[in-house]
Design a protein around this ligand. Structure first.
Ligand code: 13P
Ligand code: SF4
Length: 351
């Protein structure tokens, strides 16, 4: 039962003391989130993992986040994901084989004269971060993507951006790149469905990936809210479609969303385009200040993989640590970790 799990988690945490740090992403369910020592968006959590002194970093988030914690921490530190089924469907849309094929075809067939930087959203597997490390590329998160694109264009002419087309398009747009200079790479098509002429004209080649949660938010949701609350404000995550971002008053990472709503005046109305657990938490937290916070979609859409981390799995992995056993250890192969770290470090230095 959940209540018993909460007691077991607290007891295990007390017994492990400073040897343990629990990092929690903002999309975690409340009964897990409450046990996190530190919470944040992907960038903040990466920095926390890199600076942690704990022996065990238990990551309440998804698989790529626990991989980043392993890559950025010292070799003797242990990164743990309470449920190995907590993946990210967007991250799975870019595989190393598909990206290597795109890279080869862009550089040998579609535009051999151009120079490209591979940029991977942090929502990707460690082997893709290693690919970027090896090929002069870099990692970005939802809070620094524009800055990372500027870093990339200061070095080479074009960018291959994966896996999230929406973050890439919105960040390119914010840099002033026209939409027609961003083309979509469809991994199911020969040569990505692109012609040499299209690639020669393009500045950014966007991978076709997207987030199944954020694609649920639509311009109609925003228009309805604006009719009901003409003075209301709309804030969205950059994984939402271009149309949703364009209609929003603010666009930014989960940490940015929290900060913006927290700093708003009392009595304001907010429509928030991001995952339900975070929006519910904001609504609860700020209702005493007279702020109303509303979820953007009319249907319940949660990140089902984030929700895999439940109190039962957390209690199980912590109790194993107390017993001297490590379960669900996330260990990136050392050769891959070295190269992935290069791409992550470029990002941390550039942001
Ligand atoms: P943030 O880095 O903004 O927290 O986003 C992570 C994520 O997976 C959003 O879907
Ligand atoms: Fe991945 Fe979307 Fe879940 Fe974020 S919300 S972890 S991008 S599936």
């Amino acid at each position: 039962p959940d209540a018993a799990c909460q007691t077991r988690i607290l007891a295990a945490k007390a017994s492990l003391g400073k040897r343990l740090v629990i990092l929690g992403h903002h999309y975690q369910r409340s009964d897990v989130f409450q046990h996190a020592d530190f919470t944040g968006d992907s960038l903040k959590l990466s920095r926390l993992a890199a600076n942690s002194e704990a022996d065990y970093i238990v990551f309440c988030g998804v698989h790529f986040m626990a991989e980043v914690a392993d890559i950025l921490s010292r070799p003797e530190q242990i990164s743990i994901l309470p449920d190995l089924a907590a993946g990210c469907s967007m991250a799975d849309m870019a595989t190393l084989a598909r990206v290597e094929r795109a890279w080869r075809e862009l550089k040998t067939v579609l535009d051999p004269d151009a120079t490209f930087t591979p940029v991977t959203y942090i929502n990707s597997a460690a082997d893709l971060k290693a690919f970027c490390g090896e090929h002069g590329g870099i990692v970005c998160t939802s809070s620094n993507a524009t800055k990372i694109l500027e870093w990339s264009f200061a070095r080479r002419e074009k960018v291959l951006f994966f896996p999230d087309q929406h973050l890439g398009r919105w960040s390119g747009h914010k840099m002033g790149i026209p939409l027609e200079d961003m083309v979509l790479w469809d991994w199911d098509q020969p040569l990505g469905g692109l012609t040499p002429e299209q690639v020669r004209k393009a500045k950014i080649i966007l991978w076709k990936g997207l987030c199944s949660v954020h694609q649920m938010f639509t311009p109609a949701n925003i228009q309805r809210f604006r009719q009901e609350h003409p003075d209301g404000q709309v804030i969205s995550h950059p994984e939402c479609s271009f149309e949703v971002c364009e209609l929003s008053d603010y666009v930014g990472s989960t940490e940015y969303i929290i900060k913006t709503v927290a700093e708003a005046k009392s009595g304001t109305h907010w429509l928030v385009g991001t995952e339900l657990n975070l929006v519910n938490r904001l609504a609860e937290q700020f209702k005493t200040e007279g702020k109303t916070v509303q979820f953007m979609a009319s249907t319940v859409c949660m990140c089902s993989t984030m929700a895999r981390i439940d109190p039962q799995h957390l209690a199980w992995c912590l109790e194993n640590l107390v017993a001297g056993q490590v379960v669900n250890h996330i260990k990136v192969p050392p050769d891959e970790a070295v190269l992935a770290r290069v791409a992550l470090q470029r990002m941390l230095d550039a942001s």
